[in-house]
Write a protein that binds this ligand. Structure first.
Ligand SMILES: Cc1cc2nc3c(=O)[nH]c(=O)nc-3n(C[C@H](O)[C@H](O)[C@H](O)COP(=O)(O)OP(=O)(O)OC[C@H]3O[C@@H](n4cnc5c(N)ncnc54)[C@H](O)[C@@H]3O)c2cc1C
Length: 303
């Protein structure tokens, strides 16, 4: 599975080929098409195909006959209106197909997003490569002391070296045993579908992953967020850069209303109104739980 010179040449050959088309072409995405965008130590994201652009979202919203005569500023206003008001179906008219190479434990989180179409590399059919995710030193961190579902301080010195050694040794030993169990080299051994079962979750897999823009935004909002695990977040961040080039107006609206925006509950809105009137509002008289209040304060804090 490592990307070979031949595969890189195939990608370059595909990128060199162009054809006249009547279909919508997004310039920014054309530049990205097929290119490998490296993620983690052996992973990548690349765009295999796409459909639509910013104008296609507006066309769908207006159910228009052609590209229309509307100015870009009109399109921008419409896209921002659609995003603000959760009018999602026009965004579903754009599609994108990614080729992703990722560790299995990241794939397990990713596959929870059910609104995509997926086809994964078959480890029943093919022998997996000796490729494992080994975190970079700054991604090796201890359990967080404040967040049960997260990491805290970065490991240093001997402790970092100790865990790295365990990760590398386990990966190597598991793969040696995988090879030792496979039906190959004259040994009866095990079928590929069985021999793989002892492989660790940091081994790499690959898939084609196709999604419409509305559901992709949902994925990115959850996985490019600081609460998402670092190892999936770096994929989502790379995809954000790609989407920003593909549909810049829609991506800006997404950044403003989803990534950078917050939803305030009715009690929270009531607190804001009271604060604007100059009333002293505290958690105790807010009608919110301690957790909600903490999040509310974080959302309205000026620094
Ligand atoms: C920070 C973080 C921590 C998480 N921790 C955990 C955890 O500890 N344990 C765990 O199990 N999961 C965890 N998850 C996964 C999470 O619960 C969701 O399964 C995952 O984010 C996919 O979200 P989704 O269902 O909205 O996405 P999608 O499956 O892409 O669905 C998109 C939307 O379509 C609709 N939809 C799709 N399928 C259905 C359906 N069958 N019925 C009704 N509506 C549907 C829903 O509106 C849904 O929001 C975590 C996710 C994040 C981001």
């Amino acid at each position: 599975m490592p990307v070979t010179e031949d595969q890189l040449a195939e990608i370059e050959a595909q990128r060199a080929e162009t054809a006249p088309t009547r279909r919508v072409v997004a310039r920014g995405m054309e530049e990205r098409l097929y290119t490998l965008h490296p993620v983690l130590d052996h992973g990548f994201v690349r765009v295999i195909d796409y459909m639509g652009d910013d104008a296609a979202i507006c066309q769908a919203a207006r159910v228009s006959y052609g590209r229309g005569t509307k100015a870009v500023s009109n399109d921008e206003g419409l896209i921002r209106y659609l995003m603000r008001h959760w009018h999602s179906t026009p965004f579903e008219m754009c599609e994108v197909k990614f080729h992703v190479k990722l560790p299995v434990f990241v794939a397990r989180q990713w596959i929870r997003h059910r609104t995509a179409n997926v086809n994964e590399y078959s480890a029943r059919y093919s022998i997996l490569d000796r490729e494992f995710y080994i975190p970079a030193p700054d991604a090796l961190a201890a359990q967080s002391t404040v967040n049960h579902q997260g990491r805290g301080e970065v490991l240093e010195g001997e402790e970092a070296a100790r865990v790295l050694e365990i990760l590398k040794a386990d990966s190597a030993r598991s793969y040696d045993n995988y090879e030792a169990m496979l039906s190959q080299d004259g040994q009866r051994g095990l079928a590929r579908e069985l021999a793989r079962m002892n492989l660790p979750a940091n081994i790499y897999t690959q898939w084609y992953w196709k999604c419409d823009l509305h559901n992709l935004f949902h994925f990115l909002r959850l996985r490019a967020d600081s609460h998402a695990q670092y190892e999936i977040r770096v994929y989502a961040q790379t995809m954000c850069e790609i989407v920003a080039d593909w549909v810049p107006l829609a991506f800006k609206a997404f950044e403003d209303y989803r990534m950078g925006g917050v939803t305030l509950s009715a009690p929270a809105m009531d607190c804001v109104r009271r604060m604007l009137k100059g009333e002293p509002v505290t958690q105790e008289n807010s009608g919110m739980s301690k957790g909600e209040w903490r999040e509310f304060e974080a959302a309205i804090q000026s620094n």
